[in-house]
Design a protein. Sequence first.
Length: 149
Amino acid sequence: MRSGNAQGADEYFSKGVCSVHPARLQVILPYKGHRKTYAMTTDQVSLDNLDMVKEADLVYYTSKNRKNKGLIDLYLQGKKSVGIKAAYLLRDTLKVTVTSTVPKADFALFYDDLTNPGTGGTGHTMQMCDELKVPYIDQRIYFNWIKKV
């Protein structure tokens, strides 16, 4: 399982995975040390350790949405404090797409804001799944599974 190490659902899913099989958790970080006290694994990939020149697909897919392109450009120019949102978008894309260090995801599980679905970082990651043909479900489906158990 991949986690962006965010508060909320990411944290709870990570705890669940670690309670069963901790080696199955990989954390994708927007920068080194992101919420480091909450990281439940040493299997971590940070954008700080990636050569963005070599990760053209990661940059391409994240920039595909025009409103993100300017932020990504700032980030790539080294203006990381201005483009911090870009780091989160790149992290969310990295959870799905293939890079030199991370294989493409096979499947994704989301906890979406059902009052405003498909928005924010979760919405961006869902869009990346759509773009890259990675199947996914949200709680509307897996909550029904839990009810049947």
